[in-house]
Each structure stands twice: as structure tokens, then as C-alpha cells.
Design a protein around this ligand. Structure first.
Ligand code: GDP
Length: 472
């Protein structure tokens, strides 16, 4: 199981963050160095305590040495590390040093953490003799109570600290049943949405019960297939198509938009005979923009099957390189390039060919959505990617990634701490997303990148290509 809870260790240099990290992880991974501010190469690892699996991050190991503008590089890096910790952590441990006492930087970090709204646990480190134990009360001033006297090197007080810090973490996989996957079947009028829904509902072992939705024309249909439950969202009105004259297109777009917003996986239905139309692109654009799982269904493939069979025979005889389906797929990918990560299925609602595969793909996407990239692997992968192919220089500056992690929840979103948000070009962003996909797959899932620069501006990159379709 990949942990989703993150415990981040924060504090100024040399207070013993990596010693605490080692204690929690139980292995000597981080390099403990007497010299202040030495960069360590491993900053995050999986840990387990009292049956709870979590990720522990030693933010002190995150190198922010790019910041040469500041005179006090270490202090500035420490503050940047605190920002990372606040962003990624489920709980924070602030480490201070009883030996050197309270410092202005401790105050500054404490202030930052206090305003974060995240649970903060103060660990007063190096309390390894009675004399030092007498001095711990000085740290009460920081305002985090109770606080935890520890001696990380000797393993003293660690249990009490972890008991408190991991209290809110769940033990093992969540007990709560996972909610059913909601599926929106969207597309232009006449592409065969209702036929496809009927084909699904008429399938053996499909159990249907109608529950009226909140609005008059919306109905969510819960179904069970092979023991798995799903909800087909907003499917009313599909069987009796409304006649609203010239505004049919507009109406279908509005309807699609609403269903897409409420679903986990959007099934974009196309008519095999029409290919990809402008309206299909618009609906596809809505899916990309809403960042939902996506399967593109080329319906009415029975009508093209004859053509495809002929082409297959020609390919078999080496008279042709590509089958009709290959060519069709290539054209489709080009027209719907902004959904290049979506699964594509050729089906026939009429013959029910491909309907079983549809649910197979939905299950796959569901699993992919929940995948988590562990932080060390992610950072290694991104470092390799940047080393293999440098970002372009813009205005004399080059895009730089200090640290990255995957945010909890789905769809997969990656937070990158960078030198400046405007240095990431769409081309380079695509390169990074491709590398992430090469590492973890995320088939059928949108992958989003969020950037955070030192000035604490958040910049969410939207799927850029849709702009072309939204203009009109
Ligand atoms: P909707 O407006 O998207 O719900 O489309 P319908 O399901 O009402 O289908 C429109 C027309 O296409 C109907 O005449 C269907 O019989 C036909 N149709 C739907 N699916 C298929 C298919 O897989 N193969 C063929 N040959 N016709 C289909």
C-alpha cells in the first residue's frame, strides 16, 4: 500500500531533523552531518508506526541553494523548506534544539507553521541529560502545547511524539466502502448514447434500480456488473430525446457539461461514420478541462467493420501497411490530441460488441486514478528527466524544479516547487507529464501539474489546447 499521509519534519539547520528522520524510518538513510546545512540525498521514505503506514519527509534535505539573492542562504532555504512542508504534510513536526536554545529562525518557522492550519508537533531535541531537561520549558513560548522532549540520536521520546503526530492517520486501507464509480455517457445527439446505455442495461447480470435525481430531467442509474457498482449519471431524457429545434447542439453541450462535472469517468461517444466533428471536440474539451477519467468510444463500428475486415486481409497479404482501424485511430488521435491520454474503444451498441471491454477499461482507469507516485521515486525520475533534456532558457533564466510530490486524492496532481512559474513552457510541461506517465502509467487519467514558486503564488496549469475550441 502506498501511504497517503505525510509527516514532514521542519526546523532550522543542525537541530537534528535527519537524526529524527532516521529514527522514524528505522534505517540510516539520511546523512547526518555535523556541519550546518549539508544537503542530504534522501529526504523522504516510507515509515510505519503502530500499524500506520505513512511517508516521512526530512525537509532539511531539500536543496534550495538557487536562492542567491538572499544574503542568508541557509535561513532562506529553511523558510522555503517550511513552505514545502506546509504544502505537502498531513502533520508537521517542528524540531528545535535544547542545546542551542530558541533562535529567531525558530520563531519565524513557528509563525509560518501556526498560520498553516495543519497540526504541528513541537519536538525539543537533544534532551539527553537532566541538565538539558530543565531547559525545555523555554520552548513553551513558541505556543505549541504539549511539546515533546526527545533525543533523536538515542531514540528517547520518539514513541510519544509519533503517537501524537500520527494519531489522525488511518491504520491500513480505509474501512469505509468505496463509493461507486460514476460514469457519464456524453456525446452529440444521435451518436448512440441511449443505444449504448440500453446495451449496458440489457447485459446479463446488470442490476438496475432507478433513483430519481434532484432535477426533473436528471436521473442517476445505479448498476451492478460482476459485483462492482457504478452509477450512470444524468441518463434521463436519453431514451426520449427532447425536441428543442435549433438549440439541440447547445442543449447537448450544456447537458454534457453538467454530467461531466459530476462523474469520475466520462465516456465520450462518437459516431464511427462521422469521425470527429467540431461538436465532439468541444465535448472532449470539456472532459479535458474538468480533468476526468476518459474513454473515447467509437460507436456504430459494426458499420465500419466490413471495411476494417477488408483492410485486415490486405495487411495480412502485405498489400497494405495499416488496417482501417489503425488509420481511423490515428486520425482520431490527431483530432482529439488534447485527450491523447484517453483510452479508445471501438464498439457497437447494436451488436453489443465491446460493451464488456468498456467496463473493463472503466475498472482499469479507476485503479490508475488511485495510483500514487512515491516521493523519492518521483524526484529521482524528474531529476533524470531534467538532466536528459534541459528546460529552455527564457530571459536568461532556466526553469528549475527543487522538489515535487503527488498531492493526495484523484485525479493525479503533482505539486512542483520551482524557481519561477512562468519559466515552464507548455512544451516542457508536456515532456514532464510524459515522463510521469512513463513512470506510473495513469492510463485514461488526466495528469495535472501545479507549480509553486518561492513567492507563494499558485499557478494551476490548465490543459492549454482547449482554448482553440472555446473561442467560438
Ligand atoms: P443518442 O442520441 O446519442 O442517444 O443516439 P441513439 O442511441 O438514439 O441512436 C441514434 C441512432 O443510431 C439510432 O437510430 C440507433 O439505432 C443508431 N445506432 C446506435 N448505436 C448503433 C450501432 O452501434 N450501430 C448501428 N448500426 N446503429 C446504431
Amino acid at each position: 500500500m502506498t501511504p497517503t499521509n505525510i509527516l514532514a519534519i521542519v526546523g532550522r539547520p543542525n537541530v537534528g531533523k535527519s537524526a529524527l528522520f532516521n529514527r522514524i524510518v528505522g534505517r540510516r538513510i539520511a546523512i547526518v552531518h555535523e556541519e550546518a546545512g549539508v544537503t542530504r540525498d534522501r529526504v523522504s521514505a516510507r515509515a510505519e508506526w503502530d500499524g500506520k503506514v505513512f511517508e516521512v519527509v526530512d525537509t532539511g534535505g531539500i536543496a534550495f541553494m538557487d536562492d542567491e539573492r538572499s544574503g542568508d542562504v541557509l535561513a532562506s532555504a529553511t523558510k522555503a523548506q517550511a513552505e514545502v512542508a506546509i504544502e505537502m504534510a498531513s502533520a508537521l513536526v517542528l524540531v528545535v534544539d535544547v542545546q542551542s536554545g530558541l533562535s529567531p529562525l525558530d520563531w519565524e518557522i513557528a509563525r509560518k507553521l501556526r498560520t498553516s492550519g495543519k497540526p504541528v508537533f513541537l519536538a525539543v531535541n537533544k534532551v539527553d541529560n537532566d541538565q538539558r531537561a530543565k531547559n525545555v520549558n523555554e520552548f513553551a513560548e513558541l505556543g505549541f502545547e504539549p511539546f515533546y522532549p526527545i533525543a533523536a540520536i538515542h531514540g528517547l521520546g520518539i514513541n510519544e511524539l509519533l503517537a501524537a503526530a500520527t494519531e489522525s492517520f488511518s491504520a491500513g486501507p480505509a474501512d469505509a466502502p468505496t463509493p461507486p464509480t460514476s460514469i457519464a455517457i456524453v456525446g452529440r445527439p444521435n451518436v448512440g448514447k441511449s443505444s449504448l446505455i440500453n446495451a449496458i442495461l440489457e447485459r446479463e447480470r446488470t442490476i438496475v434500480s432507478n433513483i430519481p435525481g434532484t432535477t426533473r430531467d436528471s436521473v442517476d442509474v445505479p448498476i451492478t456488473i460482476d459485483g462492482q457498482t457504478y452509477v450512470l449519471v444524468d441518463t434521463a431524457g436519453l431514451r426520449h430525446r427532447s425536441k428543442i429545434g435549433s438549440s439541440v447542439e447547445q442543449f447537448s453541450l450544456m447537458r454534457a457539461e453538467r454530467s461531466i462535472r459530476t462523474c469520475d469517468v466520462a465516456v465520450l461517444v462518437l459516431d464511427a461514420l462521422d469521425g470527429v466533428t467540431r461538436q465532439d471536440q468541444k465535448i472532449g474539451g470539456l472532459i479535458a478541462e474538468a480533468a476526468r477519467g476518459c474513454i473515447i468510444v467509437v460507436n456504430k463500428w459494426d458499420l465500419a467493420a466490413e471495411e476494417d475486415a477488408k483492410s485486415e486481409a490486405l495487411v495480412a497479404r502485405h498489400a497494405k501497411k495499416k488496417t482501417f482501424k489503425d488509420e481511423y485511430l490515428a486520425a482520431l488521435r490527431k483530432e482529439l490530441f488534447f485527450l491523447d491520454w484517453a483510452a479508445v474503444l471501438f464498439v457497437s451498441a447494436k451488436t453489443r460488441h465491446g460493451v464488456t471491454e468498456l467496463f473493463h477499461d472503466i475498472n482499469v482507469i479507476n485503479k490508475e486514478m488511485e495510483k500514487r507516485a512515491e516521493t523519492p521515486q518521483l524526484n529521482r525520475l524528474l531529476t533524470r528527466a531534467v538532466n536528459a533534456y534541459s528546460p529552455p532558457v527564457i530571459g536568461g533564466q532556466r526553469f528549475k524544479i527543487f522538489y515535487a510530490f503527488q498531492k493526495p486524492g484523484c485525479p493525479p496532481r503533482f505539486m512542483l516547487f520551482v524557481n519561477a512559474v512562468n519559466l515552464l513552457t507548455p512544451h516542457y510541461e508536456r515532456y514532464l507529464v510524459d515522463k510521469i506517465r512513463a513512470g506510473w502509467g495513469f492510463t485514461g487519467c488526466p495528469v495535472q501539474i501545479e507549480l509553486r514558486a518561492r513567492e507563494r503564488k499558485i499557478f494551476i496549469k490548465k490543459p492549454a489546447p482547449n482554448r482553440a475550441f472555446r473561442k467560438k
